[in-house]
Design a protein around this ligand. Structure first.
Ligand code: F3S
Length: 409
């Protein structure tokens, strides 16, 4: 027992340092979290997804900490992968990242690789083979990925921090609390959606409104059947937005998500929120100001784009040249698949860039000279002004692509 937390003999040995100081430190983190949240015991995890990868956010202090941990010789004992880094690991020079930044970013990747973490560098690992199954416990960190695996796949994870996800990767354990428990997965609010929600931007706008209202709660959505888009990309947009404007890590959709099929998923006293329209979200996520404005960067692929999304963008542009920079962010694996099919070449012929391994929130975009951003992602629109100092316009994909073609919004 460690302060009410039951440990197995193997876990006790890890905590006592019998597997070395690196494992001991990791177990101390997992145990401390278990004690803080009143967990009864620890549970084995199937995988970990580790955030805190961009040198922009880690700085030298974070890098040194990782290097010290790696120097103990410790390695992840379950499949573990990384969130986006601060730059495209292959194209950084041509995209304008500095040698200095690149050198440090590569050192971060070196430390994680030594720790046995696969450098997938993506927030959509579930699109590239890391697919936890229904009821399985994992320890994932990136908020949109957490939302997707909990809600759409029905796996179980709390919203881990970078260090706790890394500690779970090393120990293969997480503490049994929060969303690992049945009762915490019940919805605390019913959301009745009474307006059309058709594009990914609409789903993001809805997520922005609901996240602001329910904060850490678990919403249960009811949509009118013909008026909404339940594609995988729409659901990733919905979850990403709720994780940004609130801290929603799990949602249910009646008749759609796996746990919404099971009863009782809604707490008896859950209040009902009615969404009549999305105008307030579009207003909040757009820079105020009327008229046509010049823009310099259009960002699609937040969360990281799927192959289908990249293909659809190439089809829409159909060989036309863009006037503003157009960056489509995705994982290295998805980029390679799109490259093999000739889609990346088609996009590059338009002037667009398919940028892998990174995202515009964790990359030092201001240093690249960008000032104004157009995006179809409510999450990106929410964070870009504060995290990247950009002015933002937010709208559906086709409108963003028209802005890229004209250089105007
Ligand atoms: Fe992914 Fe970055 Fe968006 S981590 S969800 S592309 S803000």
């Amino acid at each position: 027992m460690a302060n009410g937390l039951r440990l197995t003999p193997e876990e006790k040995a890890m905590l006592a340092g019998e597997e070395g100081p690196g494992v001991q430190k990791a177990m101390e983190i997992v145990v401390a979290l278990g004690q803080i949240y009143g967990a009864a015991d620890l549970i084995p995890i199937a995988s970990a997804q580790v955030s805190g990868v961009s040198y922009k956010n880690l700085g030298d202090a974070g890098l040194e900490l990782l290097q010290e941990w790696a120097a103990t010789g410790v390695r992840a004992r379950v499949p573990a992968m990384l969130n986006p880094a601060g730059m495209d690991l292959w194209q950084w020079r041509e995209l304008g990242f500095s040698e200095e930044f690149a050198r440090r970013q590569q050192a971060v990747l070196g430390a994680y690789t030594a720790l046995g973490i696969t450098p997938t560098c993506t927030c959509t690992p579930y699109l590239v083979g890391f697919v936890p199954h229904l009821g399985q416990s994992v320890a994932w960190a990136e908020s949109s990925a957490v939302s997707y695996v909990n809600s759409v796949l029905g796996a179980r994870t709390n919203r881990e921090g970078g260090p706790s996800a890394l500690a779970s990767a090393i120990t293969g354990r997480t503490a049994r609390y929060g969303l690992h428990l049945d009762e915490k997965r019940r919805a605390r609010a019913i959301v009745e959606v009474h307006c059309p929600v058709r594009t990914e931007a609409d789903l993001g706008a809805l997520g922005y409104l609901v996240g602001r209202q329910v904060q850490k709660g678990v919403p249960y959505f009811r949509f009118s059947p013909s008026d909404w888009n339940d594609s995988a990309q729409a659901l990733k947009a919905l979850g990403a937005a709720m994780g940004a404007s609130g801290a929603v890590a799990l949602y249910h959709i009646e008749g759609v998500t796996p746990e919404a099929q099971r009863e009782p998923m809604v707490a008896p006293d859950a209040p009902t929120i009615v969404v009549q329209d999305l105008a307030a979200a579009y207003a909040a996520l757009n820079e105020s100001g009327e008229g046509i404005e010049a823009i310099d960067l259009v960002s699609l692929g937040c969360p990281h784009a799927s192959e289908e999304e990249i293909q659809a963008i190439a089809d829409y542009l159909d060989g036309r040249r863009v006037k503003a920079a157009l960056w489509i962010t995705t994982s290295r694996t998805i980029r390679q698949r799109a490259e093999a099919k000739g889609v990346v070449a088609r996009l590059e012929a338009t002037g667009a860039r398919v940028v892998a391994d990174t995202c515009l929130i964790v990359a030092p975009v201001k240093e690249l000279g960008f000032r104004s951003l157009v995006t179809n992602s409510a999450k990106m629109a929410f964070y870009a002004p504060s995290h990247s100092g950009l002015t933002v316009h937010f709208g559906p994909t086709e409108r963003c692509l028209e802005a890229a073609l004209s250089g105007r919004w």
